[in-house]
Design a protein around this ligand. Structure first.
Ligand SMILES: *[C@@H]1O[C@H](CO)[C@@H](O)[C@H](O)[C@H]1NC(C)=O
Ligand SMILES: *[C@@H]1O[C@H](CO)[C@@H](O)[C@H](O)[C@H]1NC(C)=O
Length: 184
């Protein structure tokens, strides 16, 4: 007899938890955003640099003698709809990346993805991620957001679209998969 009551309570709690889980799933919207990020380390006549190195590390990294563990870059990179820098603007990636691995080419990203066009203008999402830059696909955890993206969860997939090893300029493809609670 003494055992039946707690198990009934547990069953009820489980049912309530299931109801809450399905209610919250129903009130979240999911969004897929695709855009290109232009990381211009070396300026040219057409394009000013969008990256500034703010610290210089000590230990050269394997296969990249001019890149060092501890190098840190502040960025304000334009985001566009297509690979061409002159395609319509989507926003800016603002923050920093830091070469944070001693024995491989991996950076830590701390970025605000700030949207400047359309209905997302002024809203942003916050990304903190590890990026092993030679990997084909890297995952960008979304740790939050503001405006239309308040409380956003999700992830991005980052791919190198093009890279120029003489300038270190890169165009990166980002696919963001976001889930946003409605009515917050
Ligand atoms: C985005 O919002 C800013 C500030 O409200 C405004 O100045 C700008 O014109 C808007 N841009 C677009 C493309 O709507
Ligand atoms: C890399 O950049 C240099 C300097 O701007 C340029 O001369 C060269 O053509 C570029 N390489 C590629 C593959 O785009």
């Amino acid at each position: 007899m003494a055992n039946t009551k707690p198990s009934t309570v547990l069953l009820k709690l489980a049912l309530i938890a299931m109801a809450l889980a399905s209610a919250s799933a129903a009130s979240a919207s999911t969004t897929h955003l695709r855009f290109y990020m232009h990381d211009t380390v070396t300026a040219s006549a057409e394009n000013p640099a969008t990256v500034v190195q703010v610290t210089r590390g000590t230990t050269p990294l394997p296969g990249a003698p001019t890149t060092r563990f501890g190098d840190m870059y502040v960025i304000d990179d334009p985001l566009t709809e297509r690979p061409s820098a002159s395609s319509p603007a989507v926003g800016r990636a603002q923050g920093f990346y830091l070469f944070s691995a001693q024995h491989e080419l991996a950076v830590m990203h701390c970025l605000n993805i700030v949207f400047t066009a359309g209905e997302n203008n002024g809203s942003y999402i916050v990304v903190q991620a590890r990026d092993a830059i030679l990997d084909k696909v890297r995952e960008l955890p979304v740790v939050g957001g503001a405006g239309r993206f308040r409380g956003a969860t999700g992830y991005g997939l980052l791919r190198t679209h093009s890279f120029n090893s003489s300038t270190n300029n890169a165009v990166l493809l980002i696919d963001m998969h976001l889930s946003v609670e409605l009515g917050t």
